[in-house]
Design a protein around this ligand. Structure first.
Ligand code: MTE
Ligand code: MO
Length: 519
């Protein structure tokens, strides 16, 4: 082989290879990150989806005619080919015209991030996988091309094929293989959850046999900055131990009801949906919610009473607990009376008018008014074992949390929002108060060391939901200390004693210093 063709190989083929290896590694890690963060944030699936949305219908028809049900695969392969060509060009440019290769690769990452944010239901995190992909690709490209020295053909020193080049080939090869590997792992998992997500979106839940409470207009005070009385699914807090959201095809879901019962049985998705479903509104709270925190939300749920499920199994008289388990290994211990008394303890399939979002337990979760989530609200639930507290313990109990977790009486100041400037004059203090299944009868507010004043309470949807409150305030310039406390429907006043969230929920008053400026 002549010197000049050897040289051309170094100056064209190797930079192209560097580009391809860098982009493949970036995309692979990006796909893997999408698996962890949100399947809908997959950079490749995102760009593919955007292209599908943008494509004129004749192009879609042509693709389907040409590739049939493999049209999506053809699209992904097509995107892959374009990506590889661009990657090779970027590698070449990075050697010849630095930093244009890194600029192109970074721009691809930015494009992927923007597309993912526009298409995802959770834009707050959706940009991360593409950002990881772009950053990894850019850094790898910089690193690899540093080992290739561009030299004009005229002054080429063709003997330079030493250890640097071998190291380059080795490292590029490693990057390529690692990228392909992670892309496969990420891509296969993504395909799985995209499929479950598609099943979920195609689902039509039956109408409730028992309609939930009408939400009185007076339940919503409509004060800017105050939490809405019904929390939209997109802003509902999410707490779980699942690094990867379980993907459960409802057709394959079963609930095993077993343990200390006279009759064990399995319940399928179709059987569950055929039962008369009931609608209810229940506020779900996390035991880890600090005083003033926002790990709490209120939704309209559709589900079937767990008491009727248990009645069919006929629990033994000495059973006092139900250990619910999820697909991903989480478990919760719920006192059996909370599941068999007249409260709306349900196997939920719907949340605010749609099937449960994947991260909120699709296809089936538990919701039990009056208990913190960690002892009651098992998502992706697959088993109910009737047992006793002295025979079994749940996930968080084994990690130092209380085996029982009734929700504590709490109230929170939402308005004025922390950090907002308040102008002297007519203003309002407002917030939320709750003690699910007991109810709230009043909220009192203290400004500086003044008397406790009665806040106006919005209409409660029910004792199982939180309630909004507000207090008009003639604010005077200066710093003011504001605190609130709730009174429960059974006459208790929220305690001022400060308790941490461990082991069974925080107590204390929510206090805030509000700076009021001259009008
Ligand atoms: N499978 C499973 N279910 C779970 C959990 C979990 O980690 N895994 N966390 C629980 C806790 S601690 C809470 S507070 C609620 C939160 O439900 P959400 O994420 O829908 O708001 O889910 C409960 N159900
Ligand atoms: Mo929780």
């Amino acid at each position: 082989m002549g010197a000049s063709s050897e040289n051309r190989r170094i100056s064209t083929v190797l930079p192209g290879f560097a580009g391809v290896a860098s982009v493949v590694l970036g995309v692979g890690l990006g796909e893997l990150a999408a698996r962890v963060i949100a399947p809908s944030a997959s950079p490749v699936a995102g760009i593919g989806g955007a292209l599908i949305d943008l494509a004129p219908s004749w192009a879609k028809d042509a693709a389907i005619a040409l590739f049939g049900t493999a049209d999506k695969i053809a699209l992904v392969v097509g995107i892959g080919i374009v990506l590889l060509v661009v990657a090779a060009i970027a590698g070449w440019l990075q050697v010849r015209r630095p930093p244009w290769g890194i600029v192109i690769v970074s721009a691809l990452g930015v494009l992927g991030a923007v597309v993912a944010m526009m298409r995802s239901v959770s834009p707050v995190t959706a940009w991360i996988p593409a950002a990881i992909a772009g950053t990894v690709a850019a850094v790898t490209l910089w690193f690899l091309t540093r080992m290739l020295h561009p030299r004009p053909a005229a002054s080429a020193d063709e003997s330079d094929a030493g250890p640097d080049r071998r190291r380059f080939l080795l490292l590029s090869g490693v990057a390529l293989v690692a990228g392909v590997g992670t892309a496969l792992v990420g891509g296969i998992r993504t395909a799985g959850s995209v499929a479950v997500d598609a099943i979920r979106r195609a689902l039509k839940l039956p109408a409730p046999a028992v309609a939930g409470p009408a939400i009185p207009a007076s339940a919503e005070l409509d004060i800017p900055g105050l939490a809405p009385v019904i929390t939209p699914n997109s802003s509902f807090y999410r707490i779980d131990t699942a690094i990867i959201v379980p993907e459960i095809d409802p057709a394959r879901w079963t609930l095993r009801v077993h343990g200390m019962v006279e009759e064990e049985f399995f319940l399928s998705w179709d059987e569950l949906l055929a039962l008369p479903l009931e609608e209810s509104v229940t506020t779900l709270a996390c035991v880890s919610n600090p005083v003033g925190g926002d790990l709490i939300g209120n939704a309209r749920w559709l589900g079937y009473p767990i008491r009727d499920i248990l009645a069919r199994a006929r629990p033994l008289a000495d059973a006092d607990m139900v250990l619910s388990r999820s697909r991903d290994g989480f478990s919760a211990s719920t006192p059996i009376e909370a599941l068999t008394d007249d409260r709306n303890a349900i196997l939920a399939v719907g949340m605010n008018g749609e099937p449960l979002p994947l991260q909120h337990g699709f296809p089936v979760r538990m919701v039990v008014p009056g208990l913190y989530g960690y002892v009651s609200a098992t998502k992706w639930v697959t088993s109910l074992e009737v047992t006793r507290f002295d025979r079994a313990s749940a996930y968080w109990t084994d990690r130092g949390w209380s085996e029982r977790g009734p929700v504590k009486l709490q109230s929170r100041i939402d308005v004025p929002r922390a950090g907002t400037a308040v102008i002297a004059g007519d203003t309002v203090i407002a917030g939320m108060a709750w003690q699910q299944h007991v109810g709230v009868s009043g909220v009192e507010v203290q400004i500086d060391e003044g008397p406790w004043q009665q806040a106006d309470l919005a209409t409660a949807i029910s004792a199982d939901t939180w309630v909004q409150w507000s207090l008009p305030w003639q604010a005077t310039p200066g710093d003011h200390r504001v605190r609130c406390r709730a009174i429960s429907a059974d006459g208790q006043t929220q305690t001022s004693t400060v308790a941490p969230v461990v082991p069974d929920g925080a107590t204390g008053w929510n206090e805030r210093t509000i700076r009021v400026t001259e009008a």
